[in-house]
Design a protein around this ligand. Structure first.
Ligand SMILES: Cc1cc2nc3c(=O)[nH]c(=O)nc-3n(C[C@H](O)[C@H](O)[C@H](O)COP(=O)(O)OP(=O)(O)OC[C@H]3O[C@@H](n4cnc5c(N)ncnc54)[C@H](O)[C@@H]3O)c2cc1C
Length: 463
């Protein structure tokens, strides 16, 4: 197979740090094998897989190299009577849910958007609002098919290639197929308990309190509230509703699933309509709308899990400069890091526009998997104002000292020196990545920026 020279400028969801690469689009496993064989013949020009481009930073880019667009790898797609799902690596969770929900099945883990591929979910080992109960995506995987530069392999949780590929950021090869267990549901509604928390302590207490009693929990935090109101938030906890619990209208067709996109941002305005003043106003309304004490309601899958998907291309609203999402996890006991993060950003004039706080349970098998037990904070920050890099560099240090780490799929700016401290299983991952790809064909802008594949000695020699 020869590879055409179609070049495209690609970016992550945050739209910062674009780079141009040749794009190839295999439509089946055999074509993916031919692509990797042709890349090997070209003398190891670097390549990386890309799904729906929902990683915020540069994980699915390969400037000057090849990006393997996996969206065509949608076959197979089948669900067994016991809920075992076999899906192509390019199938989106959106398409999967369209078929699975009316049949009484739900994905074991969904990120905050359904516009991600199965391959992307595995390569980032994504987490949802249920990590404290169910772990991350890879915990539910039975098998995956990987086309590595050394050839096609099938692997399961007992194989070293599995631990290297789950959370491996696409750097072990192309995931062409996966088999994972879905969870049974009796309705497409979520029974949600919502309540306000006046400050960060109250928010953390609500999230930690009887955590196992609810499958899903999350806090939206007002990133512009300071002083006594720092960390004021709206905490939601949810579970899949049983038909007998549903209001009359919804009980008629309990598995109905009709997610809708209500608007689409037409293009990126040169000046973003979002500003601290508009966000502060929206946050005030959102906080006041939430009940003071716990109130139960029923929400659709789309509004509970994927509220941002209601506005197509909402990332354009951040304007031409784009934004970053900074997400980290710190162990329980390091609550002060969370408080410090909000205080430092506020003081420096970089209030986060969207803040989400969740708890994680124990880590999974993936060597580079992000989740570990503790608090995870995600902050959306607009780019373009001076001083942000310095504040985030300082926060990285706090996070690393506390034994935490930043999420690679959201990253576009971490300094490489902190990588090994944050990801102590990096040497084991490197060893397996080298075995699967001895010529170092798989590489991305993220890999090159952080030196993920390179050993520290090579870095020192500048190789
Ligand atoms: C609104 C929003 C909400 C989000 N919420 C969450 C959340 O709650 N939890 C969470 O964990 N993440 C979350 N994310 C991040 C997102 O889930 C991950 O970045 C996911 O990996 C994106 O999947 P993708 O198909 O778009 O992959 P891409 O962004 O295209 O690629 C991401 C990584 O996966 C690799 N990859 C993609 N396809 C393959 C393949 N077939 N084989 C091998 N490697 C592959 C790429 O090389 C890259 O390293 C969110 C993102 C957005 C935009």
């Amino acid at each position: 197979m020869s590879l055409a020279e179609e070049r495209q400028l690609l970016a992550g969801w945050g739209r910062a740090g674009k780079s141009a690469a040749r794009l190839v689009s295999p439509s089946c496993t055999q074509e993916a094998e031919k692509v990797l064989a042709a890349l090997g013949n070209e003398g190891g020009r670097p390549a990386i897989a890309r799904g729906l481009g929902r990683s915020y930073g540069d994980a699915a880019q390969c400037g000057g190299g090849t990006v393997i667009d996996c969206r065509g790898l949608t076959a197979p797609f089948e669900i067994s009577p016991s809920g075992l799902c076999r899906a192509g690596g390019g199938l989106s969770i959106d398409s999967l849910l369209e078929r699975a929900v009316p049949a009484g099945w739900f994905v074991p883990v969904t990120p905050g958007t359904r516009q991600v591929t199965v391959g992307g979910a595995i390569a980032s080992d994504v987490h949802g609002k249920n990590h404290h109960v169910d772990g991350a995506f890879a915990a539910h995987l039975r098998r995956l098919e990987l086309v590595a530069p050394t050839g096609r392999i099938l692997c399961g949780p007992e194989d070293p290639a599995f631990a290297a590929s789950c959370g491996g950021m696409g750097l072990t090869g192309v995931i062409t197929e996966a088999t994972f267990q879905l969870i049974p549901i009796e309705s497409s509604r979520i029974k949600v308990e919502t309540e306000r928390a006046g400050d960060l302590d109250a928010c953390m207490a609500l999230l930690a309190e009887r955590a196992e009693e609810h499958r899903y929990s999350v806090a939206w935090v007002d990133g512009l509230a300071g002083g006594r109101k720092l960390g004021r938030s709206v905490v939601t906890r949810g579970d899949h509703a049983r038909p007998a619990e549903l209001p009359a209208g919804a009980a008629k067709d309990p598995l109905a699933y009709r997610p809708r996109q209500r608007f689409r941002a037409p293009l990126a305005p040169p000046l973003s309509p979002l500003s601290p003043a508009t966000i502060a106003l929206m946050n005030e309304v959102w906080y006041r709308k939430a009940p003071r004490t716990s109130k139960t309601s029923f929400e659709s899958i789309a509004s509970f899990f994927h509220p941002l998907d209601a506005v197509g291309d909402w990332n354009l609203l951040y304007g031409t400069r784009g934004f970053i999402q900074y997400q980290y996890v710190v162990p329980f006991g390091a609550e002060e890091v969370v408080r410090d993060s909000l205080e430092r950003l506020g003081r420096a004039g970089h209030p986060p526009y969207l803040v989400v706080l969740k708890t994680f349970g124990p880590p999974g098998q993936g060597h580079l998997s992000f989740p570990r037990e503790g608090w995870t904070l995600a902050l959306d920050l607009p780019l373009g104002r001076a001083g942000l890099a310095e504040v985030l560099d300082g926060l990285d240090e706090l996070v690393a000292e506390a034994g935490g780490r930043v999420y690679l799929t959201k990253d576009s700016r971490l300094r490489p020196e902190l990588l090994e401290q944050m990801y102590p299983r990096l040497p084991a991952w490197r060893e397996e990545a080298r075995r699967l790809d001895p010529d170092g064909i798989m590489s991305s802008d993220l890999d090159r920026r952080l030196g993920l594949r390179r050993s520290p000695e090579k870095k020192a020699l500048g190789k």
